[in-house]
Design a protein around this ligand. Structure first.
Ligand SMILES: Cc1cc2nc3c(=O)[nH]c(=O)nc-3n(C[C@H](O)[C@H](O)[C@H](O)COP(=O)(O)OP(=O)(O)OC[C@H]3O[C@@H](n4cnc5c(N)ncnc54)[C@H](O)[C@@H]3O)c2cc1C
Length: 408
């Protein structure tokens, strides 16, 4: 590389902005170009379905860095700019406006996009998705008007928007093809805690059903039909059926792609000068001994900086303990690890599950593989340490709130 190489980052959100910040913190003084499709300064998405959607968080609070930071640190932030292709032979990226930007090392942090639902009526007004700041503002304005909300999908976005809709006084029905919520991410035991929470706040579930049609009048949604033929009133339909990683650029450039951009434990793609992090990366996690692609805020927060250090030639390892959080009504929780079905053979509770103040631990052969603290705070680091240690534990001691996690 030349004395002052150019690093280009495609995707100006959490992972991309944190990578740019780390490059400067590490003393890199070559060119840093951060390119993002959105017009906004890089922002964090969790408030978009929580405090910001509810009008409780100020708009300024969602941004990753102060607006002035980029110019002050010589980071060339290109907002409203979309990269259309990567020329690996020439080491350039092309932008939609025809410009091309050279790179010595490239980081792809293009994230993920909501899966669209292609049923009749899906393009009616009032059929909404939630990924961007503008989406959140549109949804907030709609919810403020009250009415009947039908949500397709009982995942995290579906549940968090359900909680917001209930706080705005809307009637809420969640249509979910699985027999419960959050089965894939928490398993049936803990998924049920969230279903009960929502039921206690007046949310109706239609499990085992999908959304098969949206009906409307005058171009606006007025109803939804489920796969069982049930007809529901709907002045708003929220489509929350998951996301797909934005891998198009990488695939077109011939990089290895398999459920995300395939990267090593150093977040390096199949091209040694191209890296990927955040929601778009399917990265080899050395702690878990397998590749993971997660859509977690904490992963972008940790992965962006890790990729930046890797670009600088530092010896880095992606051994991050997966971490996720959610807030719904007055329940706040954090999960460490990946408690997906098949990864555990036992669930142990510390505290009373029904009181919604407890820790759940998922065990495999008596080793803690994941843990969730619900309305209990300052324990997630301890849970992460248990996961990291891999030690076997006595379930009775694990359940005993008088025994510190460090003494197991
Ligand atoms: C509403 C909402 C609530 C969430 N709440 C939580 C939560 O409570 N807890 C949690 O752990 N996680 C949460 N998440 C997930 C978390 O926000 C994501 O994991 C995180 O945003 C991933 O960051 P990223 O930088 O990898 O990608 P993204 O945030 O997806 O950003 C990628 C950026 O790249 C841009 N881009 C894509 N293609 C191009 C291109 N060709 N050229 C230029 N730019 C491009 C996109 O426009 C986008 O701005 C939530 C997500 C959403 C949408």
């Amino acid at each position: 590389m030349p004395a002052e190489p150019a690093f280009v980052i495609v995707g100006a959100s959490l992972a991309g902005a944190k990578a740019a910040e780390t490059l400067r913190e590490e003393g890199f003084d070559g060119a840093v170009v951060l390119i993002g499709t959105e017009d906004q300064y890089p922002y964090e998405r969790p408030p978009l379905s929580k405090g910001y959607l509810l009008g409780k968080d100020a708009r300024e609070s969602v941004f990753v860095l102060d607006d002035g930071w980029y110019a002050e640190h010589g980071v060339d932030l290109r907002r409203g700019a979309t990269v259309t292709s990567i020329d690996r032979a020439d080491r350039r990226v092309s932008l939609a406006d025809g410009e091309s930007v050279p790179y010595d090392r490239l980081l792809i942090t293009t994230g993920a996009s909501p899966r669209r639902l292609s049923v009749p009526g899906a393009d009616l007004d009032g059929v909404l998705y939630l990924r961007t700041l503008a989406d959140s503002e549109r949804l907030g304005a709609a919810l403020r008007g009250g009415g009947s909300v039908v949500i397709a999908g009982g995942g995290w976005i579906g549940l968090e928007t359900a909680a917001a809709a209930r706080e705005y006084g809307c009637e809420v029905t969640i249509v979910e093809p699985e027999p419960g919520v959050l089965r894939g991410s928490l398993g049936p035991e803990l998924g049920e805690v969230f279903a009960d929470l929502h039921r206690s706040h007046g949310v109706t579930f239609r499990f085992g059903e999908g959304l098969s049609e949206l009906t409307g009048s005058g171009g606006a949604v007025t109803g939804a039909v489920t796969s069982s033929g049930a007809e529901l009133d709907a002045s708003i339909a929220i489509i929350a059926v998951g996301v797909t990683p934005n891998v198009g650029l990488a695939a077109d450039a011939g990089l290895d792609v398999d459920n995300g951009i395939v990267v090593s434990e150093a977040l390096r793609t199949s091209d040694p000068d191209i890296f990927a992090a955040g929601d778009v990366a399917n990265a080899f996690n050395t702690l878990l001994g397998r590749r993971i692609r997660v859509e977690h805020w904490g992963n972008a927060l940790a992965g962006g900086p890790l990729a930046a250090r890797s670009m600088l030639g530092q010896d880095v390892t992606y051994d991050w303990v997966p971490y996720f959080f959610s807030d719904q009504y007055d329940l706040g929780m954090e999960v460490a690890g990946l408690p997906d079905p098949g990864s555990y053979d036992e669930v142990v509770y510390r505290g009373d599950k029904d009181s919604l103040e407890f820790i759940s631990f998922w065990l495999s052969d008596r080793a803690v593989v994941a843990g969730m603290n619900v309305n209990v705070w300052d324990v997630n680091d301890g849970i992460q340490a248990l996961i990291r240690s891999g030690v076997t534990v006595d379930p009775d001691r694990l359940a005993d709130p008088d025994i510190p996690l460090t003494d197991l």
